[in-house]
Design a protein around this ligand. Structure first.
Ligand SMILES: Nc1ncnc2c1ncn2[C@@H]1O[C@H](COP(=O)(O)OS(=O)(=O)O)[C@@H](OP(=O)(O)O)[C@H]1O
Ligand SMILES: Nc1ncnc2c1ncn2[C@@H]1O[C@H](COP(=O)(O)OP(=O)(O)O)[C@@H](O)[C@H]1O
Length: 214
């Protein structure tokens, strides 16, 4: 029997498309994995520690028998997003695509950790709006510019200050800190928290909010 025409959709440039459901759903995959699929969205300046904390978090989850996967902005720009630059529209598209991919991982039951500067509030809000409620956990890595600049692990701040990189976040391109997010990771006074201490704060949030059981 032919498909009912009324079930057909047009989405942007995709016409006459139809959604297919599978009887095995997110709930079933979560049961198998004994965890809740979600997106842990790490945002912060270059050098704030996103990649380091993402790795510490993934390692800690792995040791607890929980399946996670990291989508790192730098890495995704080597493949899927290699056509995108750092101008505002391309950063937005970078974040939109990674948001869509992260949503698929969360639907697969995986704890998906994204690690992107994601400097604009509206782009992060748009990703949140893509997901079912509770699936988007926004984590602000609140490290001041002067600390990130002093770390400068890739030498990019130095190049940006010398005018050799234009539109560098924090120097001559904006970073909008989250106005409200689930977790803020920051140094308390002079007490320097390690990346694994910060990862453990995220783990505590996941444990307390039931993400580490089905
Ligand atoms: N102009 C400019 N501004 C900011 N960052 C720059 C720029 N050019 C290159 N890089 C390098 O690219 C990494 C950031 O990529 P993202 O995909 O996370 O950025 S964004 O979310 O689209 O803003 C960023 O990596 P991290 O240092 O890990 O944040 C930089 O290494
Ligand atoms: N909590 C922390 N305390 C001290 N140094 C850190 C911390 N987190 C990261 N670093 C260091 O800061 C640098 C930047 O970290 P990275 O993870 O590459 O940041 P990002 O991915 O945000 O650019 C690295 O050299 C890392 O060792």
């Amino acid at each position: 029997m032919g498909k009912n025409l009324s079930q057909m959709s047009n989405v942007a440039n995709s016409t006459n498309i139809m959604w297919h459901d599978c009887p095995i759903q997110k709930q079933d995959r979560q049961q198998l994995l004994q965890q809740k699929g979600c997106v842990i969205w790490l945002t912060g300046l270059s050098g704030s520690g996103k990649s380091t904390i993402a790795c510490a978090l993934s390692r800690s989850l792995h040791s607890k028998g929980k399946l996670s996967y990291i989508l790192d902005g730098d890495n995704i720009r080597h493949g899927l997003n290699q056509d995108l630059s750092f101008r505002a529209e391309d950063r937005s598209e970078n974040i939109r695509r990674i948001g869509e991919v992260a949503k698929l991982f969360a639907d697969a039951g995986v704890i998906c950790i994204t690690s992107l500067i994601s400097p604009y509030q509206k782009d992060r809000d748009a990703c949140r709006a893509l997901m079912p409620k509770g699936d988007f956990i926004e984590v602000f890595i609140d490290v001041p510019l002067h600390v990130c600049e002093a770390r400068d692990p890739k030498g990019l701040y130095k190049l940006a200050r010398a005018g050799k990189i234009k539109g560098f976040t924090g120097i001559d391109d904006p970073y909008e800190p989250p106005s409200s997010c689930e977790i803020v990771l920051q140094q308390k006074g002079s007490n320097c928290k390690s990346p694994s201490d910060m990862a453990e704060e995220v783990i505590s949030y996941l444990e307390e909010n039931g993400y580490l059981r089905a």
